[in-house]
Design a protein around this ligand. Sequence first.
Ligand SMILES: *[C@@H]1O[C@H](CO)[C@@H](O)[C@H](O)[C@H]1NC(C)=O
Ligand SMILES: *[C@@H]1O[C@H](CO)[C@@H](O)[C@H](O)[C@H]1NC(C)=O
Ligand SMILES: *[C@@H]1O[C@H](CO)[C@@H](O)[C@H](O)[C@H]1NC(C)=O
Ligand SMILES: *[C@@H]1O[C@H](CO)[C@@H](O)[C@H](O)[C@H]1NC(C)=O
Ligand SMILES: *[C@@H]1O[C@H](CO)[C@@H](O)[C@H](O)[C@H]1NC(C)=O
Ligand SMILES: *[C@@H]1O[C@H](CO)[C@@H](O)[C@H](O)[C@H]1NC(C)=O
Length: 402
Amino acid sequence: MKNQTHVFSPKIFSPSIQGLVTVLYYILFFAIGLTFGIIITFHSKNFSFNLQLTQFSLSTSSYPPSLPSPLSSSSSLSSRSSANKTLKSRVGLRDFVRPPRLMHDMSDDELLWRASMTPNRKEFPGPRQTSKIAFMFLIKQTVSFAPLWEKFFRGNEGRYSIYVHSDPSYNQSETESSMFRDRRIPSKVVEWGNANMIEAERRLLANALLDFSNQRFVLLSESCIPLYNFSTLYSYLMNSSENFVEAYDLNSPVGRGRYSQEMYPTIKLNEWRKGSQWFQIDRQLAIQVISDTTYITMFQKYCKGLCYSDEHYLPTLVSTKYWKKNSNRTLTWVDWSRGGPHPSRYSDTDATEEFLQKMRTEKQCKYNGNVTNVCYMFARKFLPSALDKLLILAPKVMHIKT
Ligand SMILES: *[C@@H]1O[C@H](CO)[C@@H](O)[C@H](O)[C@H]1NC(C)=O
Ligand SMILES: *[C@@H]1O[C@H](CO)[C@@H](O)[C@H](O)[C@H]1NC(C)=O
Ligand SMILES: *[C@@H]1O[C@H](CO)[C@@H](O)[C@H](O)[C@H]1NC(C)=O
Ligand SMILES: *[C@@H]1O[C@H](CO)[C@@H](O)[C@H](O)[C@H]1NC(C)=O
Ligand SMILES: *[C@@H]1O[C@H](CO)[C@@H](O)[C@H](O)[C@H]1NC(C)=O
Ligand SMILES: *[C@@H]1O[C@H](CO)[C@@H](O)[C@H](O)[C@H]1NC(C)=O
């Protein structure tokens, strides 16, 4: 500091010269300030002039005047009445209610948190929204029975939404007309039996929850087919007072044998349940599932290898905490009777009218407390080779219009 100021030190200049220098300094500062001021003013004038132009071109090119735009509200002071301005700049619920784009860049943690926020009131204070069923396909590459599903969905627009979780390495896209086009969600690798399977289920649920009109959530695999038409399924699910998460206590190596002592006391052995991974649940339960941080941590830590978390996570969680509304059964037909780690698979020769009818009505179960023989809405596992046969049988057996 001393070195820098020595040039103007009072030892060199007399007091009067020193005063002059100070005045010159002030003038210099003032000049710099003025220049800056002029530059800034000019630029901002230019800016607002541009805004006026934009606004003018908007209003002359017959854009809908209700277009909410921060530009117009900031520049329309002179051109619009303040009463109208208040209306134009109304924030409202629209942006909040509109589901975000499927391909977002939220991390799993951010997504689950975002999806756990939910209206506590049933009635929406606006136009009534049709309740939708979210069909969540957990697949490797493509939906094998896409042509059958498309026939199933057709004519029911507005009552369903589709979500696809596929292997991230799959980079093809569906044909222009496909209902599955652009329905993929940000996906991660899923391995059979691994905990990342239930992470994928929760990822699907969370994405589907972001659309507030989704009221029922159905998990499907690539080998699943519908057994009834859309309208029958829609009433079945919407009118049901129950959730469909299969859960049973099995005292064997493939049941309780998969329980890990390390989960105690969070999960006790007598709370351990087994069941099909393919569920059909309502919005309330879906929110509880994606909001769970306790059970999922236990499964990620202690249910590895031959534990198969996808067969135990939901059955155990739901049976312990949300059992009151659970039917303990699934709507997805499957045949484990041949034993082994995989259920029976069906090709074109198996796909017959008799077989499909059997799956549709063979069993008896309870629906809203009454006995019925309509217990299964879906069936697996079908091989892609069965597609043509199923397309032929669909109108006659499943009453799916073609
Ligand atoms: C508000 O704007 C609309 C056109 O957008 C116009 O018809 C209406 O008269 C305006 N109301 C007032 C109070 O200026
Ligand atoms: C898709 O991935 C494969 C490798 O998995 C690669 O050979 C191919 O070029 C990719 N195609 C596109 C369109 O990115
Ligand atoms: C079931 O839902 C349908 C609409 O999907 C409705 O027309 C019908 O009355 C409902 N049935 C019962 C028993 O609630
Ligand atoms: C489902 O299972 C739970 C116990 O796991 C039981 O408390 C409940 O009564 C069962 N519900 C039905 C409908 O069977
Ligand atoms: C169940 O049965 C009772 C009487 O048996 C009947 O009043 C009720 O409407 C039935 N519910 C359904 C959903 O069919
Ligand atoms: C759906 O199937 C049922 C029989 O399961 C039938 O009565 C109904 O007419 C079908 N609905 C449509 C829209 O085809």
